[in-house]
Design a protein around this ligand. Structure first.
Ligand SMILES: [Zn+2]
Length: 459
């Protein structure tokens, strides 16, 4: 394929190796055509440290607008469930344009933080009274538009949400904007698949919301349906975020959520089990040996008091995980990765836990692991710098005081653990710079629009 651009990097993370003095040839489709040693005279110097972009495996974009609204004690037993009530109240007034403006701002933040693609677990579908919009994909269009406008890669996961709890419990009134029956949902999925096919940085998957919100019969219908459209379509599900959810699942199915899912659906590598937080030893063993990826959202899980995913045991047994920013209490790659490690250090009273004998740098191990497995969860050919992968890159600033003069194998350790956020200069998606010198071309307008919506929603 025709070479469209060439990039030169003095230092780059190619596959698992730090390499010096590298030229990348990027083709007209936005993928890496070849990698050469030395500097091609035509190549643009990236002027920094080139690493792959990170994948954000779990986002509810609208929730960014109320981050910080629920950090006070409303009653002595505040939990995920009381947070959810605040979220329901906030979401009532959000129009399609509000959703677009909030998502666009969030995706700008994500790009600037180093996320080059996101899986949007999209469940705000209908009008405030629960009636569908004239176009059932109205709210999905806002997400697609926000991703197109900012340039971030998107895997859209329309959510199937039917019940308020196990055993076909009727939805609550505040859940009206989220609710679909199976047939209507499949119509939405089909419509979106035609739309998304046209965009080279987008894919479609599905997200049955959780075992409490969809029935086994529904899973048996929608999974073959999406896999017929694309055999590698991602399937994401909230699985075991809360102990109460585990107890309710045992009461209904006689098994724990992860146990039941593994026994009934044999998830493959394009399944992502979001918040597989509460696992017993047998579930850790079986999940780590399955192909499925655990979607962990460390800052949200800490913020909501969910619990701590048994990361060390899971990785030691060969498990795969990716990271997401979920409720967007933080939009910060470094924060997610170090929270993951620090939770383990505090539990184990040890240091340098999430790594292995081949890769002893915690920063490099975690970054590569999350990026590569994140790519599986979005069914996009990204997650590392290699021939055939999409040109989704971050350029780190080598002159940042906390990176300066560090040996190359310590760069990601320093970027994640010693910097508040990744010290990013430039961000490329599919061969196009979307952030240069820390800024996006449309940044001022995106922020102004967002502030206006916040003012409206906050009243
Ligand atoms: Zn979620």
């Amino acid at each position: 394929m025709t070479i469209k651009s060439k990039l030169y990097a003095e230092t780059a993370l190619i596959g698992n190796q730090w390499q010096k003095d590298i030229t990348l040839n990027i083709n007209s489709a936005g993928y890496i055509e070849s990698i050469e040693t030395g500097r091609d005279s035509q190549a643009e110097n990236v002027d920094g440290i080139l690493i792959p972009g990170m994948v954000n495996c779990h986002s509810h974009a609208f929730q960014r607008a109320f981050a910080g609204f629920s950090e006070y004690r409303a009653n002595p037993s505040d939990s995920f469930w009381s947070w959810r009530d605040i979220m329901y109240r906030f979401v009532t007034n959000m129009t399609p344009n509000d959703a677009y403006v909030v998502a666009r701002y969030l995706y700008l933040e994500m790009l600037k933080a180093g996320y080059t693609a996101v899986a949007e677990f999209h469940y705000l579908h209908h009008q405030s009274n629960g009636q569908p919009y004239d176009d059932i994909a109205e709210m999905s269009h806002q997400i697609i538009g926000a991703a197109e406008s900012t340039g971030i890669g998107l895997t859209l996961l329309p959510v199937l949400y039917t019940y308020a709890g196990f055993g076909h419990q009727s939805p609550r009134q505040q859940q009206g904007r989220f609710i679909h029956q199976t047939e209507q949902y499949c119509t939405l999925v089909e419509k979106l698949s035609l739309l998304i096919q046209k965009n080279k940085t987008m894919k479609l998957g599905i997200a049955p919301h959780s075992l409490r919100a969809v029935s086994q019969e529904q899973l048996n219908e929608v999974i073959p349906y999406i896999r017929k459209l694309d055999p590698q379509s991602p399937i994401h599900i909230h699985i075991a975020e809360q102990q109460q959810e585990v107890n309710d699942c045992v009461a209904h199915y006689g098994q724990r959520p992860v146990e039941w899912l593994l026994n009934n659906f044999n998830p493959d590598q394009n399944w992502c089990l979001i918040h597989a937080t509460h696992l017993n030893d047998e579930e850790i063993r079986k999940l780590s040996q399955s192909e499925a990826v655990a979607g962990i959202c460390p800052t949200t899980e800490a913020n909501l008091g969910d619990g701590i995913f048994p990361t060390q045991q899971f990785l030691a047994q060969g498990g795969s995980l990716s990271i997401g920013s979920d409720s967007h209490i933080a939009v910060n790659v470094a924060d997610e990765l170090r929270t993951l490690e620090y939770a383990q250090r505090l539990i184990k009273q040890q240091r340098s836990i999430l790594c292995d004998d081949q890769q002893t740098s915690v920063g490099t191990y975690l970054y590569r692991h999350a990026a590569q497995n994140g790519a599986l969860t979005i069914n996009q050919n990204v997650g590392e710098i290699a021939v055939g992968k999409r040109a989704d890159f971050i350029v780190l600033d080598p002159n940042h005081p906390n990176l300066y003069a560090k040996p190359v194998e310590r760069i990601l350790d320093a970027a994640i653990f010693a910097c508040e956020k990744l010290p990013i200069k430039n961000v490329m998606v599919s061969g196009k710079w979307q952030v240069r010198q820390g800024h996006h071309d449309d940044e001022n307008q995106i922020i102004d629009d967002y502030l206006a919506v916040l003012k409206k929603l906050g009243q």
